[in-house]
Design a protein around this ligand. Structure first.
Ligand code: AMP
Length: 438
């Protein structure tokens, strides 16, 4: 027996941490994307799409080598042409790269861009955490005005409202300072953690030198206890950062946004300055804050310069779509209803099938949604499919009708059918749709 025949074929499954979006889930994705586009446009953001692969260096330079995202989680590879590329783990660095590369720095400021698309991180998959996931993100480039920070935060709440989610949400906010004040804070933080290093886990001990802000995120109980007594960033902010942060909070009050000041919020990317924030659903906050964030963002006033552009301040945020879809499903949000007018074309016999192809195209061209089961022969099977698909009108073309240039129009609900000349079909359907809509 040949080897190929003897070998038991194992089905190939999707790589760990990835998933298929199946037809039954698409109404959720469509509804969410439609809401995103509406909300983004209403705040003046224009859509941009960047490649899924970028030069690895973009993320090393932009996001930072000592971050988990770049240091541990990137899908990086060398191409046949010896390029070092990575699947994008986040959207901000690529958008800023595109902004610089496409001369958008000559456009009126702030330049407001949004994106929707997949991101890739080699993380441990668990509930709400995947290796390929999708983000909606915004970037507002070219202004340091705190009103932008507050508006970006408000946008998240507007999106939740647009989706009619009943859950309540809140945002954690903090300021992590800028070039003037952050180094002093980092140095105070390093001294503090050095004095406590015996009580820290090995991973956090390593972070003292490289990225002490990340120790705040450690879930180890001992590390959390040490972090409780750590120096407070708000005591170190320079006058400018302090005034900026106060204004952000003022605007949030003005906008009626529920926020929680969290001085331990630092976020996982190096490029942030001043305001940082993360969004959470309120319903789960009672579980001791274990809930995954729905999104987050902040200012990155030096990133454009770092990536080779004219130095301008900027701000962005990203929201995880899988987590929002999870909430939409939990709450059974109302999805866009399929069109009421559903027509199903049934054919019987070779001649009728051939003729049906033309009728199908004609209806489609006239923007009438028509479904068919050309691969099925029996009228019973086709009627069954029509009913299952929720058709309200079935068109039946048998041998006799095909010869006589007629077609049968059947009302699926009442079962009443009438034979009409084929050339009157379009007019008849339009008339029936009008009656249905009335
Ligand atoms: P970040 O880019 O890390 O600030 O993440 C922003 C948002 O993207 C998070 O709040 C999540 O909603 C989502 N997100 C980040 N990483 C993942 C992941 N591995 N799986 C699913 N969603 C994610």
């Amino acid at each position: 027996m040949p080897f190929a025949v003897r070998m038991k074929k194992q089905p190939i499954v999707a790589p760990k941490g990835t998933f298929d979006i199946l037809p039954q889930d698409f109404p959720y994705w469509d509804r969410l994307e439609e809401a995103i586009k509406k909300v983004a446009a209403s705040y003046g953001f224009k859509r941009i799409e960047t490649p899924i692969i970028e030069h690895t260096d973009l993320f090393v330079r932009g996001v930072g080598n000592f971050t988990d995202i770049v240091g541990k989680e990137m899908y990086s590879f060398k191409t046949k042409g010896d390029d070092e590329l990575s699947l994008r783990p986040e959207g901000t660095a690529p958008v800023i790269r595109a902004y610089i590369q496409n001369g958008m720095d000559n456009m009126p400021r702030p330049v407001k861009l949004f994106y929707v698309g997949p991101m890739f991180r080699h993380e441990n998959p668990q509930a709400g955490r995947f290796r390929e996931f999708h983000q909606f993100g915004i970037e507002a480039i070219g202004s340091s005005n705190p009103v932008l920070d507050a508006q970006a935060i408000k946008m998240f709440f507007s999106l939740m409202e647009e989706l009619k989610l009943k859950n309540k949400f809140f945002v954690k906010v903090n300021s992590i300072g800028d070039r003037t004040c952050r180094p002093k804070y980092i140095s105070a933080l390093k001294s503090y953690y050095k004095s406590q290093q015996g009580k820290l886990c090995p991973d956090c001990r390593k972070k003292i030198a490289t990225n002490p802000l990340r120790i705040f995120d450690c879930k180890n109980e001992k590390c959390t206890r040490v972090s409780l007594q750590a120096p407070n960033i708000l005591d170190y902010l320079c006058d400018e950062c302090n005034a900026h942060f106060k204004q952000v909070l003022d605007y949030l009050d003005e906008l009626g946004v529920t926020y929680l000041l969290d001085t331990k919020l630092a976020r996982g990317l190096d490029y942030y300055t001043k305001t940082v924030f993360e969004f959470y659903p309120e319903a789960n906050s009672a579980e001791g804050g274990k809930t995954n964030a729905l999104g987050g963002g902040g200012r990155y006033d030096y990133l454009v310069e770092l990536l080779g552009g004219k130095p301008v301040p900027a701000l962005g945020m990203a929201i995880g779509l899988e987590r929002i879809i999870g909430l939409m499903k939990q709450e059974k949000v109302k999805l866009a209803m399929p069109k009421e007018e559903r027509v199903f074309l049934i054919q019987l016999g070779d001649m009728a099938r051939k003729k049906s192809l033309g009728i199908f195209e004609e209806l489609r061209k006239n923007k009438i949604m028509v479904e068919e089961a050309f691969s099925k022969d029996s009228i019973k099977a086709q009627l069954k499919t029509a009913a299952k698909n929720g058709a309200n009108i079935a068109l039946i073309l048998g041998q006799k009708e095909a010869i006589d240039d007629n077609i049968i129009v059947r009302d699926m609900q009442s079962g009443i059918q009438e034979t009409i000349p084929l050339h009157k079909l379009l007019g008849e359907l339009k008339k029936r749709f009008k009656e249905q809509a009335a």
